[in-house]
Design a protein around this ligand. Structure first.
Ligand code: ADP
Ligand code: MG
Length: 539
C-alpha cells in the first residue's frame, strides 16, 4: 500500500484515543476544566465505571455564549494564547484537546451559563445548540464512551474504573480541601466533602478515628512554598494511600519528591510501609513542565534538588521533634532549662509501692517528686508532676560527690599512708597534682612509685588513690574531682534499700546541676506524658 496522508477525521480518532484512554482520564480532564473555571463545588456522577455515563457539574464562571461554537474544535482553548504561554502554564488545561477528544470517543453534551450573561446555552457534540436558563456554571455529560472503539469497550473494566475514579476524587479532595466534592457511583454517594479544609476532609475520609497527622511547613525554599500534613514516626495504621502531591494545584506525581519523602522516613517507618503525606507545592510556573506526560499525571520541576534537600530536612525535623523511641529520635534527657517556673501539681493520684517507704521530695533543684522504687538494680524510678523520671544511680551519686568535692572539703588522715602507685599511673599522678588539692587530696614525698597520702576527700580512703588515678587515665574528660566522684560513686547493678535510694535522690535535689553528670551525660530521663501518649497511641 502506498503512503498517504490520513483523512482528518481518522487522525482525530487516533489522537483522541490517546488523550482519553479510559473513563478516569475523561473524568480528570472534565474536573480540570471545572477547577480552571474557579469552581468551589464540583459534583461528579458516573455509571458503569464511566463507560455509560459521566457527568461533571461545577459552579465555576461558565462559558460565554460566543465561545460555544469552538468548544469541540481541536486545539481550541481559552487558556493559552501563544507558544510563550506553554513555558509558564498556570491552568490545569492548556492543550484545548479534551472536549474535542471526548466528542470523538463519546456523546458529549454541555450545558452552561457564564456568570456575566443572563442566558445560558446547551450544546451537543452532534451540533445541536439551544439557549437555556440555568445557574452560572457548567455541566458536562458524556455518554457511551468508546462505543465506536469496540475493542476498548470489550476490555472495559467498570469496577476498576469506578475504583480509580473514586481514588482520583479522594486525592483531589485532599489537595483542594477548600472545594466541596461529591461523587456518585451508580446512584450512590461515594464521597462527599464540604470544603471545610484539609483536616475536615481527612476526618470525612477516615471516619470516626482520623489518624493524627502532623503539620508540614509552610516551608519557603528557593521560591517554592510547600505545606501539608504528614504522618508522624508512629502512624497508627498502615491504611491510606500514601503520598499525595500537587504542584500549582495539579494532582500529579513528582518522582524526585516522592523519593525525598521516602528518604526522610527511611529509618522511622518499617520497610515497605509508605507514610501518609499530603503536600501542596506552589512553585514558579516557569519552572514546571506539565507537558511531560500525556495525561499530565507527572510533572517535571526544574532544579528540583533545591527543593527536595530542604524538604527532607523539614520532614526529619518534624519527625525528630516527635518522640519515636527512647533510643531514637528525641533525647529524653531531663532538660532543667525548660522546667523553670513549674509549680507543684495539686492532684497527684495515689499509687502503690509495696515495701518502699516512698517519700515526697519537694525542696531543691528538681521538680517535686516521689521515689517509687528501683529497677534493674540500676535506676531509681520517681513519679513527678512532669513525668516519670528514671535516675541513673551511679551518675546521681557521682554528681552529689562531685559537688561536695568542689566545695573543697578535705579530711586529714590520722596517719599519713604510704601508697604504692603503679608505674603506668605515675605520669597521671604528676599531671593532676595541682587539681588534686582542690579536690581534697593531699600527698607528698612521692618517690619513684609511691606517695605519702596526708588527706583525702570526705568518705575516701588513701587506698582509693590508685583507683582514682586509673579512672582518670582511662577517662580523658575527667578531672581528678570527676574521677574521684566516679570512683567513689555507687556502682550500677547494685540493689539499693529504699532508705538509700531516697537519701540519694534527696541529695541529688540539693546539687546545683542534678540533670547532668560531671562529664556531661544525662543523669535523668524523663518519660513525659507527651512521650507516653505517643508511644502508647493514647490519643
Ligand atoms: P483546555 O482545558 O486545554 O483549554 P478543553 O478542551 O478541556 O481544553 O476545554 C476547551 C475550553 O472550553 C477551555 O479552554 C475553556 O474555555 C472551556 N471550558 C471547558 N470546560 C469548562 C468549564 N467547566 N467551565 C468553563 N469553561 C470551560
Ligand atoms: Mg481542559
Amino acid at each position: 500500500m502506498a503512503i498517504r496522508v490520513l483523512p482528518p477525521p481518522l487522525v482525530q480518532r487516533i489522537a483522541a484515543g490517546e488523550v482519553i484512554t479510559q473513563p478516569r482520564a475523561a473524568v480528570r480532564e472534565l474536573i480540570d476544566n471545572a477547577l480552571d473555571a474557579g469552581s468551589t463545588r464540583v459534583e461528579v456522577e458516573i455509571a458503569a465505571g464511566g463507560y455509560n455515563l459521566i457527568v461533571v457539574h461545577d459552579n465555576g464562571h461558565g462559558i460565554a455564549a460566543d465561545d460555544g461554537d469552538l468548544l469541540f474544535a481541536r486545539h481550541a482553548t481559552s487558556k493559552l494564547a501563544s507558544a510563550d504561554g506553554l513555558d509558564a502554564v498556570t491552568t490545569l488545561g492548556f492543550r484545548g484537546e479534551a472536549l474535542a477528544s471526548l466528542a470523538t470517543v463519546g456523546e458529549v453534551e454541555i450545558s452552561t451559563r457564564h456568570s456575566n450573561e443572563q442566558v445560558g446555552f446547551r450544546i451537543t457534540s452532534g451540533g445541536a445548540r439551544s439557549p437555556i436558563a440555568r445557574q452560572a456554571g457548567t455541566t458536562v455529560t458524556v455518554r457511551q464512551l468508546f462505543s465506536r472503539y469496540p475493542v476498548r469497550r470489550e476490555a472495559a473494566t467498570p469496577v476498576t474504573e469506578a475504583r480509580a475514579i473514586r481514588r482520583v476524587l479522594t486525592h483531589l479532595a485532599l489537595i483542594h480541601p477548600e472545594i466541596g466534592w461529591v461523587l456518585r457511583i451508580d446512584g450512590r454517594v461515594a464521597l462527599l466533602t464540604t470544603g471545610g479544609g484539609l483536616r475536615d476532609v481527612i476526618a470525612t475520609l477516615e471516619g470516626d478515628r482520623p489518624r493524627h497527622l502532623l503539620e508540614v511547613g509552610p516551608l519557603e525554599v528557593d521560591g517554592a512554598c510547600i505545606r501539608g500534613l504528614a504522618d508522624g514516626p508512629n502512624p497508627a495504621s498502615g491504611r491510606g494511600d500514601g503520598i499525595v502531591l500537587s504542584v500549582n494545584g495539579r494532582l500529579c506525581d513528582v518522582p524526585e519528591i516522592r523519593r525525598a519523602i521516602a528518604r526522610a522516613y527511611a529509618d522511622v517507618l518499617p520497610r515497605q510501609r509508605t507514610p501518609r503525606v499530603i503536600l501542596t507545592i506552589e512553585v514558579d510556573p516557569a519552572r514546571v513542565d506539565a507537558n511531560v506526560h500525556p495525561a499530565k499525571e507527572r510533572v517535571a520541576i526544574h532544579d528540583v534538588a533545591a527543593i527536595t534537600g530542604p524538604l527532607v530536612d523539614e520532614l526529619r525535623t518534624m519527625l525528630g521533634r516527635t518522640a519515636h523511641s527512647v533510643s531514637g529520635q528525641r533525647s529524653l534527657a531531663l532538660d532543667l532549662g525548660r522546667l523553670t517556673g513549674m509549680g507543684v501539681a495539686e492532684d497527684r493520684s495515689p499509687y502503690h509501692a509495696d515495701g518502699w517507704q516512698t517519700r515526697d521530695i519537694s525542696a531543691g533543684s528538681l521538680p517535686a517528686l516521689r521515689v517509687v522504687g528501683q529497677i534493674a538494680d540500676t535506676l531509681i524510678v520517681c513519679e513527678s508532676e512532669i513525668g516519670t523520671l528514671l535516675i541513673d544511680q551511679h551518675r546521681a551519686h557521682e554528681r552529689v560527690i562531685y559537688e561536695r568535692l568542689l566545695a573543697g572539703e578535705s579530711v586529714e588522715a590520722d596517719e599519713p599512708a604510704r601508697i604504692a602507685i603503679p608505674p603506668r599511673l605515675v605520669s597521671t599522678l604528676e599531671a593532676c597534682a595541682i587539681d588534686a588539692q582542690q579536690a581534697g587530696w593531699r600527698w607528698s614525698e612521692f618517690g619513684l612509685d609511691d606517695v605519702l597520702v596526708t588527706a583525702t576527700p570526705p568518705e575516701m580512703d588513701p587506698g582509693d588513690l590508685p583507683g582514682v588515678l586509673a579512672q582518670l587515665a582511662t577517662e580523658p574528660k575527667h578531672d581528678i574531682a570527676a574521677a574521684t566522684a566516679c570512683h567513689a560513686a555507687l556502682r550500677k547493678r547494685r540493689p539499693l534499700s529504699p532508705t538509700t535510694a531516697v537519701a540519694l535522690v534527696e541529695a541529688l535535689t540539693q546539687t546545683q546541676t542534678p540533670a547532668t553528670c560531671p562529664h556531661g551525660q544525662p543523669i535523668i530521663l524523663n518519660l513525659d506524658r507527651d512521650f507516653l501518649e505517643r508511644q502508647f497511641g493514647w490519643r
